[in-house]
Design a protein around this ligand. Structure first.
Ligand code: AMP
Length: 193
């Protein structure tokens, strides 16, 4: 299998309470661009999303933003991405991000980030895709999601094998190193999403 070419990142449309989150978003955007991977994300210029996209663009990276029409104004669409894809709905946005990526990284964020991260994991649980999913732990940010999965396993609602659907890495450098080592299925659609 080939190395990855395109990385989708889910992250907050806010900056969060600690400067460590901003630092992580900058480092990830920069690292993705330097590795010559294409960055795919939600297309906004707010919060960690904007910080990450700007860092990638500053390194001359290719950045694709996928944003639903109704959110264009609300989330202040990023005006300088390499490619902006405007979708009709949130569902087609998620689909658009999915189709263009061959690996996913989840940075700290709010409910939107949680939703996107859980959904991409559940799609893998349903065998709708086999693309790698990396949670980037920044100051314990991945803890609650991992705890929720562990609780589901402990209570008999999920098989222990669900732990293998995603990886948790400590900080951005570890995530970038893992991405570089990955051999992933090529970006592409799944008929059954
Ligand atoms: P947040 O993590 O809440 O700051 O949101 C990060 C990104 O997720 C933003 O681009 C939001 O538009 C998006 N988002 C928010 N709610 C949802 C949702 N229910 N489903 C998918 N994406 C969402």
């Amino acid at each position: 299998m080939p190395h990855i070419h395109s990385v989708a990142v889910f992250c907050g449309a806010s900056l969060g309470a600690s400067p460590a989150f901003r630092t992580a978003a900058e480092a990830l955007g920069r690292g993705i661009a330097r590795a010559r991977w294409r960055l795919v994300y939600g297309g906004g210029q707010m919060g960690l999303m904007g910080v990450m996209a700007n860092a990638a663009l500053a390194e001359g990276g290719a950045v694709v933003g996928v944003i639903p029409d109704f959110l264009q104004r609300q989330e202040v669409v990023h005006g300088e991405v390499s490619e902006l894809v405007v979708t009709a709905s949130m569902h087609s946005r998620k689909r658009g991000i999915f189709d263009r990526a061959d690996a996913f990284v989840s940075l700290p964020g709010g409910l939107g980030t949680l939703d996107e991260t859980i959904e991409i994991i559940t799609w893998r649980q349903l065998r709708l895709h086999d693309k790698p999913i990396l949670l980037c732990n920044v100051m314990g940010s991945a803890g609650p999601l991992v705890a929720a999965v562990e609780q589901a396993v402990a209570q008999g609602f999920a098989r222990p094998a669900v732990r293998d659907l995603f990886e948790v890495h400590e900080g951005v450098a570890a995530v970038l190193a893992r991405l570089a080592a990955l051999h992933a299925p090529a970006a592409g659609t799944s008929e059954r999403l």
